[in-house]
Design a protein around this ligand. Sequence first.
Ligand code: GDP
Length: 312
Amino acid sequence: MKQPSQIRNIAIIAHVDHGKTTLVDAMLKQSRIFRENQQVAERVMDSNELERERGITILSKNTAIEYKGIKINIVDTPGHADFGGEVERVMNMVDGVLLLVDAVEGPMPQTRFVLRKALERGHKAIVVVNKIDRPNARPDEVVNETFDLFVDLGATDEQADFSVIYASAIKGWAGTEPDRLADTLEPLFERIVADLPAPDVDPSGPTQLQATLMGYDEYKGKIVIGRLNSGTIRRNQNVLWMRADGTSQPLKVAQVFTHRGLNRIEVEEAAAGDIIALTGLGDVGIGDTIADPDDPRPLPPIKVEEPTLRVT
Ligand code: GDP
């Protein structure tokens, strides 16, 4: 199990087509946690078919990579429509974001929408100027436009003082200068680990997790996804289900899953700071707290909007 300092939970946010899927693919490929023979051609964020095969369907797809002993959980965010305030909920699980911006197009409406949510939540961002290989790339202007957007959205001085990584996701290259890229994404991995904070959690406290995203598995039923805020959680553990209306009920966790590469893997026990998936929790709803029956501490409820189609 990882210490919180060995974990980074991040969301990649971007306007549609700016290269989120391609970047996550490249990060996975380079993080060397794949089995030697694993098909890396499988598109990560578009893995619906794969999930159907496994009988798992979740709204936001999570991925985890490992870089120099640090586990980086990557949480996907909806591309161009936000169902039920999902972007806001994802922001509750992560501690920083990669804001991906196309080096030709610059910031677009969805860039503004998702960045606003990240800034409101107090997150720091690394700006990734992607598609730097395009002949008409205009990286300096795009960085300036992105800076103006931060200011326009009321970013704090610290948030506006973002670092920039230039990248070609398609080639798997990145660098800190637009005309000098390494032929790996290492400069990006270095930035994530150095710039974005580890989760601020209590490893020795009582079990506490907020149900943030829901998944469904044909065989296992509902899957509750969230970041473990405090303590540990293990297979078959007795927990207290605390609802927003103040009522509570004892429950038993069935299985505990963490993420590795594209896969969700079952573990005996998970530690504070990690993004995990739990089965066996019946009717637990978004925003409810899973707590230690001997020391139950509810988390403040999160706003759940009615599913709406937001076209921006
Ligand atoms: P998403 O909608 O943000 O997930 O975007 P995708 O990853 O699907 O990429 C959208 C399109 O941009 C695809 O045709 C990609 O091949 C292309 N693309 C992604 N990254 C790069 C890049 O670094 N350079 C160039 N030239 N094209 C890219």
